[in-house]
Design a protein around this ligand. Structure first.
Ligand code: COA
Length: 244
């Protein structure tokens, strides 16, 4: 797929690479990017050739520095207001992807940037990464899931501190809190991400998808319900394997 303004999409050996591509503005998230991400996420979801997806940011300075403030806090024009009414549930779509998603994070990962990263299943970061949620300082609350996805990942106290006091996290702090899986030197970010992506892509795809489903959905269930879900998915996976 091509012809996007704000993202680049490439597919190679079972891996779908999505690059946020507004490096001159630190890859900030605008309406155009929202629409293009919605389109690409839908395409990835329906593409059985894509076994794993990788999200990354173009340029040297940021994965994504949040929402585009030039359109975010201004009164919307009638056209934009109309567009906003058709608001697409990018975040719901993100979280519904059956394939594992890996975020390769460098530089600024702020606001919607961290929210995109939290919709991914694994997060690999370079040593220069900086996480933050500037929203409350701007007089708004996050609207792309951070109040829900972040405490589920790093716990309640640190989420409250980040959101209410604007505390930022560096790479070591993020690793310690379980926000990222791995820290690597900047030049190793894409090779390290690709290595994990290839490993996942080499496994049985139904097994990978069912395992992701069991873990993500199980977290919102009681242990008993979760074990029942696991058992159902395990037999389903066996059936699919025998049919292969
Ligand atoms: N919306 C729109 N443009 C943004 C932006 C944003 N959220 N963040 C950065 N940019 C643009 C800047 O306007 C600048 O553009 P210019 O070169 O045309 O002037 C360019 O990106 C580089 O940013 P700059 O501020 O010059 O870099 P810096 O190194 O001095 O500071 C940040 C980097 C990330 C600390 C700073 O840009 C910042 O605080 N951005 C806002 C973050 C934010 O509040 N995000 C919204 C969360 S809801």
């Amino acid at each position: 797929m091509s012809g996007f303004e704000t993202i680049i999409y490439e597919k190679k050996e079972g891996i779908g690479y999505v690059t946020l591509n507004r490096p001159q503005a630190l890859n900030v998230y605008n309406l155009k990017m929202r629409d293009e991400l919605y389109q690409i996420l839908g395409a990835i979801k329906d593409d059985s050739e894509v076994k794993v997806a990788v999200f990354r940011g173009a340029g040297e300075r940021a994965f994504c520095a949040g929402a585009d403030l030039t359109e975010f806090l201004t009164a919307p024009s009638p056209t934009i207001a109309r567009q906003a009414r058709w608001e697409r549930d990018v975040w719901g779509l993100f979280l519904s992807l059956p394939q594992p998603i890996i975020a390769a994070l460098h530089g600024y990962v702020l606001g919607s940037g961290i929210e995109i990263a939290l919709c991914c299943d694994l997060r690999i970061a370079s040593e220069d990464v900086q996480f933050g949620l500037p929203e409350t300082g701007l007089g708004i609350i996050p609207a792309a899931g951070a109040t829900q996805t972040l405490p589920r990942t790093i716990g309640r106290a640190k989420t409250l501190e980040m959101l209410l006091a604007g505390t930022r996290l560096n790479a070591q702090e993020a690793l310690h809190l379980g926000l990222v899986n791995q820290i690597v030197p900047r030049e190793q970010l894409f090779p390290a991400t690709e290595k994990i992506a290839r490993k996942i892509a080499s496994r049985s795809q139904p097994v990978v998808k069912y395992t992701k489903f069991a873990i993500l959905h199980g977290l919102d269930l009681t242990l008993e319900q979760g074990l029942e879900l696991e058992s159902k998915l395990a037999s389903l996976a066996l059936k699919v394997r025998y049919a292969e």
